[in-house]
Design a protein around this ligand. Structure first.
Ligand code: N2P
Length: 378
């Protein structure tokens, strides 16, 4: 534990030195820990050092991390992590654009990383503070929305489809179970859709055979009408407790995220998950630091990201939330049945029908307006 604290302090010192600009002496190539041990304290330019914040707030999706990770991180570094939750990328974006402060690490999905970079909302990561980046699988080192992990580190990835109670209804084959509401179907009035504009529009657009990233207004209006039609068969929109409503038997069907259903199997073994024949969404969520973080929060945030990238911690997180890890070294620690679970790792023929959401530029406002119309409709 002491070793890590020293190492972290040394990294903070180097970061501080680097931030000083060109005038100071460049840090030597000697390993940070060694230089800490051999330097007399009075020789260190104390004014340049950034100390990690003692407490940080992690703004995350709900039930997405094993809370034990916080205890382990605190034991190791002395830094306390407080969790706060958001329910959609748009909610997260609105908070940041509204000038919120106090968040050290946030977890936007792929397309939202793109938008946040363009809006200047993300701080560049100091890779010197994140040596465990080397554990990321090669395919996650150069994602198109953030080449070279300049701003973010992939956290977990998964899919969006339909969860259902397999002891009460047959496996849904099509999104029609939601978009062609039938009062005689057992799940009529006992189904939810995600309270998420892009996700719910994606489901409707995919069902209609359109691109889930379309910017065509006529197609989007058609999708809006379909979403309004579907409301007759829904008990509501929900992104945080839909899996619990299945586990309790209150609902029979839910549009939602793969791992959430798998976790809920612990409460009800009849919960199953499927990607309808028309296809679904694939996404990767990312650990990023908002521009509004203080230097102290940023350093502590980078230490936290580095901790999550530890193989044992990455494996622990996947074992808790049942999402796939982008961490190659963590995957090596995961059991065979996890790695072979087609719900976690969709087979090639399913993968071919999955779409990443992409930024839609100016049409973003159109999506939001049409979603507001869906929500307001009777
Ligand atoms: C976890 C939510 C998964 C995040 N409850 C979907 N991007």
């Amino acid at each position: 534990m002491r070793r890590f604290v020293l190492w972290a302090l040394a990294l903070g010192l180097l970061a501080g030195l680097a931030a000083c600009g060109g005038k100071g002496t460049a840090p030597t190539a000697a390993p940070a820990e060694q230089s800490m041990e051999t330097q007399a304290p009075e020789q260190a330019p104390a004014q340049a050092a950034v100390e990690p914040a003692k407490e940080i707030v992690f703004f995350n999706w709900s039930e997405y991390i094993d809370p034990e990770v916080y205890d382990l991180f605190e034991q190791e570094t002395g830094i306390k992590v407080i969790e706060d939750n958001f329910s959609s990328n748009e909610e997260l974006l609105a908070k940041l654009k509204g000038g919120v402060t106090g968040y050290a690490v946030i977890v936007p999905s792929d397309y939202m990383v793109n938008i946040m970079i363009q809006e200047g909302l993300l701080a560049e990561l100091n890779h010197d503070n994140i040596p465990n980046l080397k554990n990321l699988a090669e395919e996650w080192r150069n994602v198109p929305f953030d080449p070279g992990n300049k701003y973010c580190v992939p956290y977990q990835w998964g899919t969006t489809g339909i969860g259902y109670l397999s002891d009460q209804i047959d496996e849904p084959q099509s999104w029609a179970v939601l978009f062609d509401p039938n009062p005689d179907a057992p799940w009529y009035g006992r189904a939810t859709m995600l309270d998420d504009a892009r996700e719910s529009f994606a489901a409707a657009l995919i069902y209609l055979g359109y691109d889930p990233n379309t910017t065509d207004e006529a197609q989007l209006q058609e999708a809006r009408d379909l979403l309004i039609k579907a409301k007759a068969g829904l008990s509501g929109y929900d992104s945080d407790t839909y899996e619990d409503l299945l586990a309790s038997g209150e609902n029979l069907l839910a549009h939602g995220w793969s791992g959430d259903f798998l976790v809920a199997q612990e409460d009800n073994e009849n919960i199953a998950y499927t990607i309808p024949q028309e296809g679904g969404v694939i996404w990767v969520d990312n650990l990023c630091i908002p521009m509004s973080a203080s230097p102290e929060e940023k350093l502590a945030g980078e230490m936290f990201i580095n901790f999550i990238l530890r193989p044992d911690i990455g494996a622990k997180i996947s074992e808790y939330n049942y999402y796939a890890s982008p961490n190659a070294e963590a995957e090596k620690l995961l059991p065979e049945d996890f790695l072979n679970d087609p719900t976690v790792y969709p087979p090639q023929e399913v993968r071919a029908k999955l779409h990443f959401l992409k930024p839609v530029g100016e049409a973003e406002a159109l999506y939001q307006r049409l979603w507001d119309e869906v929500k307001a409709a009777p």
